[in-house]
Design a protein. Structure first.
Length: 161
């Protein structure tokens, strides 16, 4: 993906390092039909992922669509991996960046925690929950590397059909 806009790197949102969640999304389309101006990839079932160098270009069955800054994929193994700290200090202690890698595919994804989760009417609370999301390919081995000490209690979820 093109580098995140510098304005995303603010203490109010994702800290002094840009948000990574927008580059880690997955759109799945099933039984699609097209009308009007139709794309060249007119498949009924497909996925769309943002162009994220080191991530989306490592998936099998994906073709880059430069005009959309995305990849269109024919790969039903794409999934969302969501995880978060359940420790009591989840809003106070930062463990990012977290890097997810795969020796198998060359995948490398550096994650920032989600945006500030506290809003008190006039400004953000400048606290962020240690919560992360990444697009991955199911059936591939991955390694998570935490910058800080990993939380003692974590919740992991793989969103995949």
């Amino acid at each position: 993906m093109a580098p995140s806009p510098e304005k995303w790197a603010t203490i109010d949102d994702c800290g002094e390092w840009p948000c990574t969640a927008p580059a880690n999304t997955l759109l799945t389309f099933t039984a699609s039909s097209f009308s009007g101006t139709t794309p060249s990839f007119q498949k009924r079932d497909f996925e769309i992922v943002p162009k994220n160098v080191g991530v989306s270009d490592k998936y099998a069955g994906c073709v880059e669509v430069s005009a959309g800054n995305m990849f269109v994929c024919d790969n039903r193994n794409l999934a969302m991996f969501v995880f978060e700290s359940l420790d009591g200090d989840t809003y106070d202690r930062s463990v990012q960046p977290i890097t997810i890698t795969s020796e198998q595919t060359g995948y490398s994804n550096k994650l920032n925690s989600q945006m500030d989760h506290v809003w008190d009417g006039f400004y953000t609370g400048q606290t962020r929950r240690s919560s992360f999301s990444a697009q991955i390919e199911a059936g591939v081995d991955y390694t998570l590397t935490f910058t800080g000490t990993p939380p003692g209690n974590m919740k992991y979820e793989l969103l995949h059909d």
